[in-house]
Design a protein around this ligand. Structure first.
Ligand code: TXA
Ligand code: MG
Length: 325
């Protein structure tokens, strides 16, 4: 099931009236507002519970529209946009006048992307403007990859939900800062470092995942309710079984080939072999273990190449220290 033409029309009406629309993208579902309406943008922060200094991504319908939203586009940014849009790539550039400071958390740069999802592209074409959209979840929690997740996270706080099926990529876009002399990756995501390097023709800097580089990325992010514990691959089973014996309700992420042998823990998620399937399923797996009542999740990091870089980044953040409330 996917949004109809009349759904798109309704969603455009909601955006024009200053409302919020949950929209599917290829990465995760977004919580969208008219990028040029500061009051609507402010509502996004309110609904998400996100500090208003955290910048948002402006979604546009086509790479040709880039110059309407930003200034001083360097050659590397043009190349990346030409080759990888529509797609899970966000470019940080100098903010154009059209973008209100509310959308950028006061920054003079703005993050822009063209999403690769037919429903998002139909919405953007019919709307004509830009749509600012963070992931459609409460601040700090796991991003939604289905409309069920969106409703569970935000319920009635959204004015309209566009159906677009489960997200194909499953982790957020790769964010590349192209304001400096050489592009640098601020957040690994759906476009791999290898794909970016093939386009720009030089090696790219990748953040060490433990450091907070992008404003709005706190140590604990993309986190389920259960505490996530990262251990070496050969220790996952032993540590998980020990924690279960000590009285925890333990969930484990395990390669599918080992999953059947582990019977002494509360819940096991057999991990797909292919990184594409792993990324696509990741947030659903974390939600599933929450729903099954786990209070601890044991996992190990995948090899950090290709999509493994984004998966490892999200697992590290899910395992990051929690704010004390
Ligand atoms: O795949 C995605 O990127 C999804 C879909 C909905 O498009 N969106 C998403 O948005 O992940 P959000 O708000 O959850 O994450 C946006 C990230 C934040 O970490 C923010 O700090 C960074 O983009 N960002 C936005 N504007 C920026 C800027 N001007 N400079 C540096 N980082 C920026
Ligand atoms: Mg997010």
């Amino acid at each position: 099931m996917t949004a109809s033409t009349s759904d798109i029309k309704q969603a455009v009406g909601v955006l024009r009236a200053g409302g919020l629309v949950a929209l599917p993208t290829e990465t995760v579902y977004g919580l969208g507002a008219n990028a040029e309406d500061p009051a609507a943008v402010a509502r996004i922060f309110q609904v998400k519970g996100r500090p208003s200094t955290h910048p948002l991504i402006v979604h546009i319908g086509h790479a040709d529209l880039l110059d309407d939203w930003v200034e001083d586009v360097p050659a590397a940014a043009r190349l990346l946009a030409e080759h990888l849009w529509p797609g899970p790539l966000t470019l940080v550039l100098r903010r154009g006048r059209r973008v209100p400071l509310e959308a950028t958390g006061g920054l003079d740069t703005v993050a822009v992307r063209v999403p690769d999802h037919p429903v998002a592209l139909a919405l953007l074409a019919a709307f004509g403007g830009g749509v600012t959209a963070p992931s459609a979840n409460r601040f700090g929690s796991v991003s939604p990859t289905t409309t069920d997740h969106v409703r569970a996270e935000l319920g009635g706080a959204v004015d309209f939900v566009l159906e677009g099926g489960p997200c194909a990529v499953g982790v957020e876009s790769t964010i590349v800062d192209v304001t400096g002399d050489t592009p640098s990756i601020l957040r690994p995501g759906g476009v791999t470092r290898e794909e970016l390097e093939a386009v720009v023709g030089c090696p790219l800097e990748v953040p060490s995942s433990s450091r907070v580089r992008v404003p709005g990325q706190h140590p604990s992010h993309y986190a389920p309710r259960a505490r996530v514990v990262l251990v070496e691959p050969d220790k996952v089973v032993a540590e998980a079984e020990l924690a279960q014996e000590l009285g925890h309700r333990v969930g484990v992420f395990l390669p599918a080939s080992f999953a059947d042998d582990v019977t002494k823990v509360h819940a096991v998620v057999p991990l797909p072999r292919s990184p594409v399937d792993y990324a696509r399923g990741l947030y659903g797996f974390l939600r599933e273990l929450d729903e099954r009542g786990c209070d601890l999740i044991f996992a190990s990091l995948p090899v950090e190449e290709g999509l493994g870089l984004a998966i490892a980044n999200r697992l590290r953040r899910a395992a990051g220290p929690r704010p004390t409330v």
